[in-house]
Write a protein of this length. Structure first.
Length: 265
């Protein structure tokens, strides 16, 4: 599942200092230096992560944590790096620690929920994603991911509700239209499914999965010629994108269509 990072919102707080006590609001020089060093390391870790140097980024974030075990931002970013390495258990542990230090942070809740989804812990994923939605109802990705978790558990009506909400917030989100098309297919609403697949491909002509699923649906509707055209396009895109499993699966579907069998995604 592809992820998009949510926008973190920082809230500024004013500190009121009593007259004659200005010094009480000043940090010692060493504290200022420690904060600057931590920020520098956090920036370094983010640059390393962006360059794909995830192990180096984890080591950098760990330096921040060793110096200050209450730095929620370091746990958060290290959790993302663990997630991107596929170590979802360590990611969840870091996100959980970050939430202990910084409760009700929607971005951390979203990422922990997404990691739970990878671990097929649907209940925990839905709980975190629901809380993220409640805290930041204007952000699209939690609706999309929660919809996919609901779909995986067979709760198609709730999945459809979430994808409807995602599309209302972001009408040009190709992934949302594609996934809603798959849900409509499962619900037997072929007209709505085709409409969503068409919209997804208009928004993202490189979306191989949408060509594949539309091709299978076309075949099930009796249009073998349109089905083969879509499947050939899907195969070409999967091959160009280096997605060998997707390419091989599409070749299998094409063979089934040619043999008159019933392909199922």
């Amino acid at each position: 599942m592809q992820t998009q990072r949510m926008l973190a919102i920082a809230l500024g707080m004013a500190v009121v200092v009593a007259p004659g006590s200005m010094a009480a609001g000043l940090q010692p020089a060493h504290a200022v230096e420690q904060a600057a060093a931590a920020n520098s390391l956090l920036n370094q870790g983010q640059q390393q992560a962006e360059q794909g140097q995830l192990e180096a980024a984890i080591a950098t974030y760990s330096q921040v944590i060793q110096a200050d075990t209450t730095n929620a931002e370091a746990y958060f970013h290290r959790g993302i790096a663990y997630h991107d390495l596929g170590d979802y258990q360590l990611a969840i542990a870091d996100f959980s620690r970050a939430l202990q230090l910084r409760p009700d942070h929607p971005e951390t809740l979203y990422n922990r929920g997404e990691a739970h989804a990878h671990m097929t812990n649907a209940e925990a994923a839905i709980a975190d994603l629901t809380q993220a939605i409640e805290l930041a109802p204007e952000v699209v990705q939690p609706y999309l991911d929660r919809g996919l978790v609901f779909a995986a558990t067979g709760n198609l009506p709730q999945a459809l509700n979430d994808l409807d909400a995602a599309i209302t917030l972001a009408p040009d989100n190709a992934d949302a239209h594609y996934n809603r098309g798959k849900i409509y297919t499962e619900l037997g609403n072929t007209e709505a499914a085709l409409s969503d697949f068409n919209t997804a491909l208009r928004l993202n002509p490189e979306l191989a999965e949408a060509y594949g699923n539309r091709g299978i649906l076309q075949y099930q509707l009796g249009d073998s010629q349109a089905a083969m055209a879509d499947l050939r396009q899907a195969a070409a895109l999967f091959q160009a994108q280096g997605d060998r499993p997707g390419y091989q699966q599409t070749l299998y579907f094409m063979q089934q269509v040619q043999q008159g069998s019933e392909p199922t995604p």
